[in-house]
Design a protein around this ligand. Structure first.
Ligand code: C2E
Ligand code: MG
Ligand code: MG
Ligand code: MG
Length: 279
């Protein structure tokens, strides 16, 4: 059972809101030194199997412990790192750290970890060898890693550009399509991608917040779930904040869920204590 299900709901002031005004240039300039000084850290949020409430894995989410501005969320600096190219070494650090940390959790088999990939990483020639090296160094099978890529990162990618993802998928790495439904979802394209999972964007979950839920939103989720399942893809839902949403999404056939209703993202040590042995 999901430990403390629902018990983690508390309201916090947005820890990042003070930082809104921070100069983008200054942040950008400090990114390389921040990586050298180990100012980045990961938080983990559990992925809950809806059929039985067990933990099915965790998504690793990067944060920056800025010496002056305090804790910064990824929306503040990932786009900057993507722009300058620092996302490549930063992304490799995230991958290495996430796989190494989670490989020590849970008795017996390692907990599966989801790692977000930026478009720039996706198109970097070292993606496949780096990923293999990271898995080997941690001594975990490829199936204990899921790489999350957004649809928009794949839009317009030709066969050659998709080759690295296919190679990783053939090795056994899971591929999830993140924020599904937000871009120009080309449903016909789905069959050309090596994805194993669709992560339904939070906006769909939000549509199921009211009592009764918007019938159009219900129909959308129903349709996407049946299409995904027909294509052999699992469905994960993001942003589940209430029991009402969780119940409906489970009834609509979603396989896995993630959201504040179950748990907020937490630091590695805390995650390991609360979740790693309950799966
Ligand atoms: P994402 O991959 O879609 O991650 C889910 C986001 O939703 C996270 O925000 C998570 O904290 C938040 N979230 C989880 N449950 C709930 C909920 O119930 N309600 C609401 N309102 N939000 C919820 P976060 O950590 O701020 O990350 C934002 C985005 O930054 C991520 O979205 C991902 O696109 C990107 N990101 C995070 N870590 C990395 C990374 O290591 N590399 C790259 N390239 N991108 C990253
Ligand atoms: Mg993600
Ligand atoms: Mg997402
Ligand atoms: Mg998102």
């Amino acid at each position: 059972r999901a430990k403390d299900a629902g018990g983690n709901r508390y309201e916090l002031a947005d820890p990042d809101s003070d930082a809104r005004a921070i100069d983008r240039h200054s942040l950008t300039n400090h990114l390389p030194a921040a990586l050298e000084r180990d100012e980045f850290f990961l938080e983990y949020q559990p992925l809950i199997r809806m059929s039985d409430g067990h933990v099915d894995g965790a998504e690793a989410l990067v944060r920056w412990k800025h010496p002056v501005h305090g804790r910064l969320g990824p929306d503040r600096f990932i786009p900057l790192a993507e722009h300058t190219g620092l996302i490549v070494p930063l992304g490799r650090w995230v991958l290495e750290q996430a796989v190494a940390q989670t490989s020590t959790w849970a008795g017996g088999q390692p907990l599966r970890v989801n790692v977000n990939l930026s478009p720039r990483q996706l198109h970097h020639p070292d993606l496949v060898p780096d990923t293999i090296a990271v898995l080997e160094a941690a001594g975990v099978p490829p199936s204990s890693l899921c790489l999350e890529v957004t649809e928009s990162a794949l839009i317009g990618a030709d066969e050659d550009e998709l080759k690295p993802l296919w190679q990783l998928a053939e090795l056994g790495v899971d591929i999830a399509l993140d924020d599904f439904g937000t871009g120009y979802s080309n449903l016909a394209n789905l069959r050309k991608l090596p994805a194993t999972t669709l992560k339904l964007d939070r906006s769909f979950t939000q549509g199921l917040q009211r009592h009764p839920s918007d019938p159009v939103d219900v129909t959308f989720v129903e349709g996407i779930v049946s299409l995904a399942h027909a294509l052999g893809l699992a469905v994960t839902v993001e942003g589940v904040e209430t029991e009402h949403q969780a119940d409906q999404l489970r009834d609509l056939g979603c396989d896995t869920a993630q959201g504040w209703y179950y748990a907020r993202p937490s630091a590695a040590a805390e995650f390991a204590k609360d979740w790693a042995t309950t799966g």
